[in-house]
Design a protein around this ligand. Structure first.
Ligand SMILES: NC(=O)c1ccc[n+]([C@@H]2O[C@H](COP(=O)([O-])OP(=O)(O)OC[C@H]3O[C@@H](n4cnc5c(N)ncnc54)[C@H](O)[C@@H]3O)[C@@H](O)[C@H]2O)c1
Length: 264
């Protein structure tokens, strides 16, 4: 990134730290992030620890006077997230979540139409981050105690964030939903490209669905899965507005023009 100098890195794993330092030419490394936060020439910190370790380093970095970009999902739960926001306000530092999809060419193309008023008032957003059989066989994706949740918190958050961004950042006024675990927690003979995961430690949902009412009068449905009986994986966002609508993949606008239904 232009204008950014990577000055230090911290990781509890010396192996990870060594490879990070070599890859990015970083000279100062720490196995205790609190020591790294004492560096005076550090303006901002990227917190990219596992989900259960987002809150502590984020709050510590903010209190040390650093701006923070913390990876998604922001936290394990709303309580942790609120504590992080409070710490940022108290320290008067910026806290941003690592949601990069809003910067994608697709989202930015659609945003131009939204900002130009061509979609009109948004009415309904449909968020889909669906894998037919995509339970990761690596990492701790199936561990609710370490991840905070399954596909909704890992995949769904990205598209929920883009949906809210493209609707002008409304707030949720109510939400309801259901989560189901029916494949990941059992042994399976079904062939899948990522091989088999540890079903014994699998405590997250396979499928989450939800309905959210927003304070701009619109509503949003969310469907997110690591495993579901569907034809194929489906990652998409569709928004229907009063004057037009769009999908993200492919980026397409649907509206009425010159007496015709037009797709752009
Ligand atoms: N924005 C995205 O698209 C995106 C993509 C991938 C991962 N992520 C997020 O990034 C985060 C990390 O994911 P990952 O796949 O790189 O995980 P990972 O397990 O591969 O890496 C995490 C690193 O954090 C280190 N670590 C653990 N505890 C620590 C501590 N107390 N202090 C310092 N270092 C510690 C580990 O040793 C490891 O090197 C997750 O929150 C994940 O959701 C975001």
């Amino acid at each position: 990134i232009n204008g950014v100098e990577l000055v230090a890195g911290a990781d509890v794993s010396e192996k990870a730290l060594k490879s990070f330092a070599e890859q990015f030419g970083v000279k100062q490394t720490f196995t205790d992030y609190k020591k790294m936060l004492r560096l005076k020439d550090l303006d901002a910190v990227s917190v990219c620890t596992p989900n259960y370790m987002h809150k502590a380093p984020t709050v510590a970095a903010l209190r040390a006077g650093k701006h923070v970009m913390v990876e998604k999902p922001m936290a394990m739960n709303a309580r942790e997230a609120q504590a992080m926001v409070d710490a940022a306000k108290e320290a008067k530092r910026k806290l941003v979540i690592g949601f990069q999809y809003r910067f994608s060419p697709e989202a930015q193309a659609v945003k131009r139409y939204v900002d130009d008023g061509q979609i009109g008032r948004p009415l309904f957003a449909r968020v889909q981050t669906l894998r037919r059989r995509g339970i990761p066989s690596w990492g701790v994706f199936g561990r609710k105690d370490l991840q905070g949740g399954g596909p909704l918190i890992d995949l769904g958050v990205h598209y929920i964030e883009v949906a809210l961004y493209l609707m002008g950042s409304p707030s949720a006024v109510s939400a309801s939903g259901s989560a189901y675990t029916y494949i990941g927690n059992k042994p399976s003979k079904t062939l899948c490209s990522w091989g088999h995961w540890d079903h014994k430690s699998y405590t997250v949902e396979d499928l989450a669905v939800g309905f959210v009412r927003l304070d701009n009068g619109a509503c949003m449905t969310v469907e997110s899965s690591f495993a579901a009986h569907i034809e194929k994986d489906d990652f998409n966002l569709q928004i229907m507005g009063e004057k037009g609508g769009f999908t993200l993949h492919p980026p397409a606008i649907y509206k009425d023009e010159a007496g015709l239904m037009v797709n752009v």
